[in-house]
Design a protein around this ligand. Sequence first.
Ligand code: LIP
Length: 292
Amino acid sequence: MADLDLQEIHDFLITIAHKAGEMITAAHPSTGAAGSKKNSADLVTETDRAVETMVSTSLSEKYPNIAFMGEETYTPNTRLTPSPTFIVDPIDGTTNFVHHHPYVSISLGLCINLLPTIGVVYNPFTQTLYTAIRGRGAFLNRTTPLPLTRPAPLTDLSKCLVAVEWGSDRSGPDYAVKTRTFARLAAAKQDGGAMVHGLRSWGSAALNLCAVASGAVDAYWEAGCWAWDVCAGWVVLSEAGGLVVDANPGNWEPSVDGRRYLAVRGGEGQRGIVEEFWGCVEGAFEVGRENP
Ligand code: LIP
């Protein structure tokens, strides 16, 4: 396995991403036809399943010795191992997909020794492709290096644009941590808030990470999403100078399948923004405690 040709795998993943993109844009999804998984806000469509089948079949034919973890075929409680593993979300942003909102992507990642190593994130509606190989830089549409502009220093949260996600769990202690933290991030300084420039909730973790990588948002915070939502975007972000830490305060080295993430773009003052952000987190998430 030591001799995996990362460039060849990267190029193959891009070919698959385009093939998946054709399936996604040719589909006619509807809210009525979407099925739900754990609750009515956790959606899945026939296209999610068909794309994952196409991806897993193509990958296992070409790379039979690389393991596969995909959103639609995941067996609960399976942990990522150090063996090379493709980590795939056939449609990240399924809710957007069924509502014909074009913030949708296919997310194709490869982890080796638990480290996100190759990332390909493709939005077929806007034909936007984000790619990266660990140690070799991150790119938009294969040729434009990320971030898109020289990153300004990160001085404090009040100057940041922040992406967050509501996710599909809408009750319980973790939902309270989220909603109270959202309010604290938005609130005026005199009321104890960080008064960020704005909060954005676009509905695709993979594209959110790429937005942080490109510099379109300064930070992204979410708990509850999965390895397939973040693996590919994580490589793109790291290669663009960004950092991923735990959504709960204190842990600078979260695991890919740890289910809690805070991503901060590159730039002077990055670690200070992490500390300030952690100071705004109202409590601690329980999700991911089983995946330390
Ligand atoms: C979704 C994410 C979204 C997150 C949801 C969910 P899906 O992925 O990308 O940002 O908030 O919890 O995981 O279900 O569309 O693949």
